[in-house]
Design a binder for this molecule. Structure first.
Ligand SMILES: NC(=O)C1=CN([C@@H]2O[C@H](COP(=O)(O)OP(=O)(O)OC[C@H]3O[C@@H](n4cnc5c(N)ncnc54)[C@H](OP(=O)(O)O)[C@@H]3O)[C@@H](O)[C@H]2O)C=CC1
Ligand SMILES: O=C(O)CCC(=O)C(=O)O
Length: 465
């Protein structure tokens, strides 16, 4: 760092130290936006987090002296690389790959890979930042990271996806390892992609190691990893309702998405007696007022995971309502589970949900509710379970997949279900401990404060780096 940077940073640190929390926060966020320009999703994730943390900080002196907050928003390192692959017609295509290794204070970097045309560095930085704190809530020894590519698997043949994954891993392999960085799946990366990525890693390193999670159960994956994010979100919702002397039985649930998280959340909700009335993909949503039963969910899983089809086809085949180019938030429900992508539930949608009597919102996706929507839910004391708490079941079972791989054994379904339930329970307890407001629990504040304390304390113990 040159002298002028040092002075600038010293001046702004001084400003931050002297001002009350809200002014300190404004200065902090302004500096963040200048340092990481044009990365709105990252700015929003940091704002959501820091606006609950700043008012609670007591020891500004230490945080200021050791620049803990500044270090928390600066990734350890970022890799970006060219990914060339050959399509089925013999043409060479070029995509960009990334890995953001955000913070390894608590353990190896851990977090998914996303393949979607919208992927850029700002989105991956927001996801990696969230992952650091989500992983802390699981109480497992995991740091946080995220990666991916602007590659779009949609419409590609299996062989094209395989060639892309092989090329992507050829570059990524040198940056990852079981004690260094352990990627997994996210949007556009499921068991098929993880298989191709793992196959290429093994070929390059000549080793079978716990270097990816979400592997098939037949070759080192954990039972329940596929289901864990969706199931975990429902377990969190159940615990949240039970604490408020309510339950899932009979609750009308509107879900968005029709991928890994949404479909396993739908499966679990249905098995617990709730009524899942909507699912969506990026073309529109289906509305089934009587609720999707187990058979319907199984046939949508087959359509989405095997045939890689669209929900519109399901609507055409069954005659259920289909709404093109719309999100499901206008449908009256008791609980909403946004399980598709960031920013999919905005202020208008939040107002509609509240007007229709929605009791709770459980984020299966990462940051699906906008800042305006979160603010409305919190001000109206709606039970709002933020993604870093509610969808942590996936990474938790990934952590347990790493443990099983290291021990060279596999745990059975009964054990995995118990482990997942216990972790979701612990996450809920941490949220309540830090977010209890008497007549209501502020789960956003609870999740942020509990995870901040764990990461910041460990950072202080490890010295300056
Ligand atoms: N997989 C996991 O274990 C975890 C995932 N998450 C988060 O959950 C969310 C969903 O992930 P996952 O289910 O794994 O991903 P999938 O790729 O399996 O499914 C994503 C679903 O969301 C829809 N979707 C994606 N992007 C958009 C968009 N821009 N607009 C509308 N719909 C969209 C997709 O529709 P279409 O098919 O039309 O693209 C698809 O139905 C993400 O936010 C992810 O980060 C969080 C924790 C763990
Ligand atoms: O299983 C993992 O390692 C990561 C899951 C993930 O990407 C997430 O929690 O958003």
């Amino acid at each position: 760092m040159n002298a002028s940077n040092k002075t600038n940073s010293a001046t702004s640190n001084q400003k931050r130290k002297d001002n009350p929390a809200s002014e300190k926060l404004d200065t902090f966020l302004q500096e963040l936006a200048e340092r990481h320009p044009n990365e709105q999703e990252f700015h929003d994730a940091v704002r959501e987090f820091m606006q609950t943390v700043f008012p609670e900080v007591e020891d500004w002196e230490t945080l200021h002296r050791d620049a803990v907050l500044d270090r928390l928003v600066e990734p350890d390192r970022i890799f970006s690389f060219r990914v060339c692959w050959e399509d089925d017609s013999g043409r060479v295509r070029v995509n960009r790959g990334y890995r953001v290794q955000f913070n390894s204070t608590l353990g190896p970097y851990k977090g998914g890979l996303r393949f979607h045309p919208s992927v850029n560095l700002g989105i991956l930085k927001f996801l990696a930042f969230e992952q650091v704190f989500k992983n802390a809530l699981t109480q497992l020894p995991l740091g946080g990271g995220k990666g991916g590519s602007d590659f779009n698997p949609r419409g590609k043949s299996d062989r094209e996806v395989m060639r892309f994954c092989q090329s992507f891993m050829t570059e990524l392999a040198r940056h990852i390892g079981p004690d260094r960085d352990v990627p997994a799946g996210d949007i556009g990366v499921g068991e098929r992609e993880i298989g191709y990525l793992y196959g290429q890693y093994k070929r390059l390193q000549d080793e079978s190691r716990a270097v990816l999670t979400g592997k098939g159960v037949g070759y080192g994956g954990s039972v329940l990893r596929t289901e864990a994010t969706g199931y975990g979100a429902v377990l969190f919702a159940e615990t949240m309702l039970r604490r408020h002397k309510d339950g899932l039985e009979g609750k009308i649930c509107a879900l968005s998405g029709a991928g890994n998280v949404a479909l396993f959340a739908a499966e679990k909700l249905t098995s617990l007696g709730a009524r899942v009335v909507t699912l969506s993909d990026s073309d529109g949503f289906i509305h089934c007022p009587d609720g999707l039963d187990e058979e319907a969910i199984a046939s949508i899983k087959e359509l989405k995971f095997v045939q890689r089809g669209r929900l519109k086809e399901y609507a055409e085949a069954t005659g259920c309502d289909y709404h093109a180019d719309e999100a499901p938030w206008g449908v009256s429900c008791d609980l909403a589970f946004p399980c598709a992508t960031q920013g999919e539930l905005d202020g208008e949608a939040a107002k509609t949900l509240l007007k229709n009597g929605c009791l709770g919102v459980v984020e299966g996706a990462n940051m699906p509710a906008t800042l305006e929507a979160i603010d409305l839910f919190r001000r109206n004391k709606c039970y709002f379970a933020p993604g870093k708490a509610a969808n942590a079941g996936g990474v938790a079972v990934s952590g347990l997949e790493m443990t099983q791989n290291s021990m060279r054994l596999s745990w059975d379904r009964e054990r995995m279900e118990k482990e997942l339930a216990a972790i979701m329970q612990t996450i809920h307890e941490q949220c309540v401990r830090e977010g209890d407001e008497g007549d209501w629990v502020d789960y956003v504040k609870g999740a942020n404060l509990a995870s901040f304390k764990r990461v910041a304390d460990a950072m202080l113990s490890l010295g300056i780096h």
